[in-house]
Design a protein around this ligand. Structure first.
Ligand SMILES: [Fe+2]
Length: 535
């Protein structure tokens, strides 16, 4: 389906997956909107039994949007909060980091000033920390104290790490329902990290894509003020706030942090005639992302970067969405790019680097070929650049050998997949494995004959696809040891009801080191002795 099809026209009546539009399937069932509230409570809340949704501190006063942390290094981590400034034009907050949640003694502390020019957000790079250590942090403004956050530094660069466990997620359309998946993550203490692969917000107007919850602002977001208000709406969700509070996040944006099916100079959901210059919208979106997300940035327009977790893993974060992306389906596929030249050089260099065993490519769009869905928004639409990455995997290892143990982490498409990525050319051995995370709330296909037929076709014609779930929302947990990479997919039972927060695991797929193959497995139990969640 051409990217030129307006997605607005089909959003309500078709299955819409990332960049893939399948016209003709039935709309997903929806429940009546609690229009106008803009927060997570609903009129029927009074009738329901208490749930985990009610737990956790509800910030008031200056720290209404909670706290967050991210981009852990062995000796540093980004700490974030936002001060609701009211009539004040600026505020200086004190930040404190402790080894325990009582803050009986401080490891480090300091002051940071914010003002309206950065929407009251505070971002601190707390340094001088110990590697592989859990810390608690908070912010203080006058008599007001923020909720306590919990974070964890990365292992030392040369450390032999026995095990690492992270959650991988994407695509949280607030209008489609409640973030039970985030709540489930926030309640488990066993993760080192949450990796969010984009669409952490959506740009649409209320009712335009999903109608369970109403947004603020109610209109489609275009200006800097709009984007800031939309982030603020999201961060008043108790489940999102809670998972930011309990874990460091590592994030990349996808299209909806700007506009649907974005590329370098435009977007499917951007009309310059009525919405102004795309460059201005992109700059506004990127400024708000930089203000509100806990990533360590030097330039709001550049999110590609790399984080290392000892000798066990390196997480290479890509921007396949904006920086270097040429327009979907336009021009010669041989010259279309998903990555800028600088970024491509960086990615190939990190793939060839030795020092960490598992190379995790945190990426927006599906990397493995999938002609069955004909989606020019993903790597299938940019085959020449994918070939160059595959070539680096084929010969970029020591002495010209294959690069081993590459795991592509993908979001965008609101469905779950486990795949052996085929190599190109002779040999036939898979080049990598790829795990695609479903949406937190963003819908895949309604359960039914269309998704069943597509699933059968894919499984028959693409034997390297080992697992696909086109229906359920959720996330996966990636558990790494030197011996294997194991992904356990989780699904949320119902995102439309605020009180049905059931989350359960579905399938586990494991790749043994040195194979780039997948096999079905039983999930390894969570590690014991995880540091206590923040109170
Ligand atoms: Fe999405």
């Amino acid at each position: 389906m051409s990217h030129k099809v307006s997605r607005r026209g089909v959003l309500r009546g078709a299955g819409v997956l990332g960049g893939m539009v399948l016209v003709g399937c039935d709309p997903a069932p929806t429940v009546p909107s609690d229009a106008g509230s803009g927060d997570a409570s609903t009129p029927q809340d009074a009738e329901r039994p208490p749930t985990s949704r009610d737990a956790g501190p509800a910030p008031t006063g200056p720290f209404q949007h909670g706290v967050a942390s991210g981009d852990p290094l062995p000796s540093a981590v980004i700490l974030w909060t936002r001060v609701t400034l009211g009539a004040d034009v600026s505020a200086t907050v004190r930040w404190e980091v402790s080894g325990d949640a009582t803050f009986a003694s401080l490891v480090t502390s300091g002051e940071a000033t914010t003002d309206a020019s950065r929407d009251g957000t505070v971002k601190v790079d707390a340094t001088g920390l110990e590697p592989a250590t859990t810390y608690y942090y908070r912010f203080v403004l006058g008599a007001a104290v923020s909720p306590v956050g919990r974070t964890r530094t990365a292992p030392a660069e040369d450390a032999a790490v026995a095990r690492m466990r992270l959650a991988v997620c994407a695509c949280a359309s607030g209008a489609h329902g409640y973030f039970h998946a985030y709540r489930d993550l926030a309640q488990r203490a066993d993760l080192d990290l949450v990796v969010h692969l984009g669409d952490v917000i959506y740009e649409y107007a209320t009712g335009e894509y999903g109608d369970v919850r109403a947004y603020d602002p109610p209109h489609e977001i275009i200006t800097l003020e709009d984007y800031r208000r939309r982030y603020a709406w999201y961060r008043q969700d108790p489940d999102l706030r809670e998972v930011h509070r309990q874990y460091p996040w590592v994030t990349v944006w996808d299209d909806h942090e700007t506009a649907d099916n974005a590329w370098r100079d435009g977007a499917g959901n951007h009309d310059p005639a009525t919405e102004g210059a795309f460059a201005a919208r992109k700059a506004a979106a990127q400024q708000a992302y930089d203000e509100w997300m806990p990533l360590r940035s030097v330039d709001p327009a550049r999110i590609w970067r790399s984080l290392r977790f000892g000798r066990l893993a390196e997480l290479v974060l890509l921007d396949t969405r904006i920086e270097g992306r040429s327009e979907q389906g336009v021009g010669d596929p041989a010259t279309r790019t998903l990555l800028s030249a600088d970024q491509e050089a960086f990615v190939l260099e990190r793939l060839r680097a030795t020092g960490s065993q598992w190379k995790l490519l945190g990426n927006q769009v599906m990397f493995a070929p999938l002609p069955q869905i004909s989606n020019v928004d993903q790597w299938d639409g940019y085959p020449a650049q994918r070939s160059r990455v595959l070539e680096a995997l084929r010969t970029g290892g020591p002495a010209g050998a294959r690069v081993q143990d590459v795991v592509v982490l993908t979001g965008d498409i609101h469905t779950s997949w486990a795949m052996e990525v085929p190599s190109e050319g002779a040999g036939g051995a898979p080049a990598a494995v790829e795990f695609v995370a479903p949406g937190i709330t963003s819908p895949g296909f309604p359960e039914g004959t269309l998704e069943a037929a597509l699933r059968r076709t894919v499984m028959r014609d693409a034997p390297y696809v080992k697992f696909v779930d086109l229906v359920n929302r959720g996330f996966y947990v990636l558990d790494l040891t030197p011996e294997r990479a194991e992904a356990t997919f989780h699904r949320v039972m119902d995102v439309t009801l605020p009180y049905d927060a059931t989350v359960e695991s579905t399938q586990t797929w494991v790749s043994r080191a040195g194979t780039s193959r997948l096999e079905r497995a039983e999930p390894t139990p969570a590690p014991t002795g995880a540091p206590a969640l923040a109170p």
